[in-house]
Design a protein. Structure first.
Length: 120
């Protein structure tokens, strides 16, 4: 996994509220939803936000008397199928009368400025 330099597309920083790793250009933290910027350029960038992927689902424990454990794992792959990031997002157990709902959402915004261009 590559870490882009500060000021370039994909560069990251820590959210000042929750310490999650977020994009350097984020106006709102996707983890804690804390507002980070209010300047005009950031507000214009936010207007380019799209959600190209959103998946929602619910899990219920199989019938029976025993609990089942689960692990939610997120894997991100590049265009060559190589894994660039893998994280365990959450773990837990489900008893026969329980269920869990999950939502996966990918948000994208335009990278702005000269440093956003890819070097060939």
């Amino acid at each position: 996994m590559s870490n882009p330099r500060p000021g370039t597309a994909g560069a990251t920083r820590a959210c000042p509220h929750c310490k999650a790793t977020i994009l350097e250009t984020a106006t709102v933290c996707p983890a804690c939803r804390g507002h980070l910027r209010y300047d005009e350029a950031s507000m214009q960038r936010e207007k380019t936000r799209v959600v190209p992927l959103m998946i929602e689902g619910t899990l219920a424990a199989p019938a029976g008397d025993l609990p089942f454990e689960y692990s939610m794992v997120l894997s991100i792959r590049n265009e060559r199928g190589e894994e660039v990031n893998r994280q365990v997002i959450g773990v837990g157990a489900l008893w026969p009368d329980e269920q869990r709902s999950f939502t996966l959402q990918v948000e994208m915004t335009e990278a702005q400025g000269a440093k956003a261009r890819r070097k060939h």
